[in-house]
Write a protein that binds this ligand. Structure first.
Ligand SMILES: Cc1ncc(COP(=O)(O)O)c(C=O)c1O
Length: 404
């Protein structure tokens, strides 16, 4: 991070334009960025022509750029930083956690605390599944709705943004030339090369037009897994959904067994119970992100317990070892006794999966952690003692398996 040369005290109408001067630190950084980032940036929304000021630090509601100019932050990393920058409580909690290790292939007590808080806050939430971003939350919610209903299509609203997922990007940037009728808006591509099947499987609806939206949902109902709606959609002008409009969506989706998903990645911040609390309509699933991460990347899908059961069996395909594959420090145990060369030969039968689950659990009970799918890897702090211990434990566990 570049150093801050001289911080200017903010005052009304203070001039903060040193970044735009020829030879500024930001100009130099942008020249360097162009050699390693496409267009000199890694997030198009933060780019401005001919180049943006570069951030050096944030404190509370102020951001200081690398030239030393401070600005009042009215963007808060696109709404994510509800407590501003470097809030002491968040810094203290994150620092404490970093010192204890921050990522594990095991569940943690904290995930239960956050899930419980979200269930308390959101009228629609009985179970929560976490993801790394809001985009992934939308992706997982759509996948879950498809699994729950057994139907392939989704409906979303013209112009609404739900992250960088092909299906959610349909008609994000429709124009008067391409958007078709209000009653049945056209499914338009956002990125060149979007597969036609994606456009075919997304039904586009007009926002805040209950009659048109309901009629179209009724026509498509037998193919629709989900209706995805942001109650306060930024790209639709940040015009809040009318309560009668959301209620009409609630009624028609309930009548046809379609999962109603509220995307509250941004709108959760409008009240303690999110936009659904403020507007008084309860969906089946809610996608979250931004503020629930306290400034760190995160996402979540929250929903009714029966809908969320589709996520219960992630580990169904596990099995028991008979062979080891891998290269270098990567290895994977397989519960099979056959040549392994491709997807079909490595795919475990239910009985083989059961054996692997048992084996991995026994390893877990005897001091060795690896993936329930049989994946393992070594790390540089492992010395002879650890590797010998691993081999001995593995042999002992295989013996238990043989005698079982
Ligand atoms: C309504 C909405 N949904 C989903 C997303 C995607 O979230 P993320 O950027 O964490 O992938 C955004 C991001 O701005 C959003 O505004």
């Amino acid at each position: 991070m570049a150093t801050i040369s001289k911080v200017r005290t903010p005052r009304p109408l203070a001039r903060t334009a040193r970044w735009a001067e020829p030879g500024s630190k930001s100009a130099t950084l942008f020249a360097r960025a162009q050699g390693v980032l496409p267009g000199g940036n890694s997030r198009t929304t933060v780019y401005m022509a001919p180049y943006p000021p570069y951030a050096a630090a944030g404190q509370g509601c102020w951001i200081t750029d690398v030239e030393g100019d401070r600005r009042l932050d009215c963007l808060n990393n696109y709404t994510a930083l509800i407590h501003g920058h470097a809030h002491p409580t968040i810094v203290e909690a994150a620092t404490r956690r970093l010192a204890l290790g921050a990522s594990f292939p095991m569940p943690t007590p904290e995930e239960i605390d956050l899930a419980a808080l979200l269930c308390e806050r959101l009228p629609s939430a009985e179970r929560v599944r976490f993801t790394n971003s809001g985009s992934e939350a939308v992706m997982i919610a759509v996948k879950g709705a498809r699994a729950f209903t057994g139907r392939p299509k989704i409906a979303k609203f013209e112009g609404a943004y739900h992250g960088s997922y092909d299906y959610a990007e349909v008609s994000l940037a429709s124009t008067p030339e391409t958007w078709g009728s209000l009653a049945a808006p056209a499914s338009t591509e956002y990125s060149r090369g979007t597969p036609p099947a994606v456009l075919h499987d997304v039904v586009v609806l007009p926002f805040n037009h209950a009659e048109h939206a309901v009629a179209r949902i009724e026509r498509e109902a037998s193919h629709l897994a989900a209706v995805l709606v942001d109650p306060v959609p930024n790209r639709v002008g940040l015009v809040p959904a009318r309560t009668e409009f959301l209620q009409a969506l609630r009624d028609v989706t309930r009548a046809h067994g379609i999962v109603l998903i509220f995307d509250e990645v941004i709108s959760f911040r409008v009240g303690y119970h999110g936009a659904q609390g403020a507007l008084g309509v309860t969906p089946d699933m809610t996608t979250l992100g931004k503020i629930i991460g306290g400034g760190f990347p995160v996402g979540a899908v929250a929903g009714r317990a029966d809908v969320m059961t589709v996520f219960d069996d992630c580990f169904k395909q596990a099995g028991v070892p008979g062979r080891v594959t891998g290269l270098g420090s990567l290895f994977r145990l397989h519960p099979v006794d056959r040549e392994l060369s491709d997807y079909r030969s490595t795919r475990a039968t239910p009985a083989e999966s059961e054996r692997l689950v048992r084996l991995v659990r026994r390893l877990m009970e005897h001091g060795v952690l690896m993936s329930i799918t049989g994946l393992g890897c070594l790390s540089t702090p492992m010395g002879d003692a650890e590797l010998e211990g691993l081999v001995e434990t593995f042999a002992a566990v295989l013996e238990m398996e043989r005698l079982a």
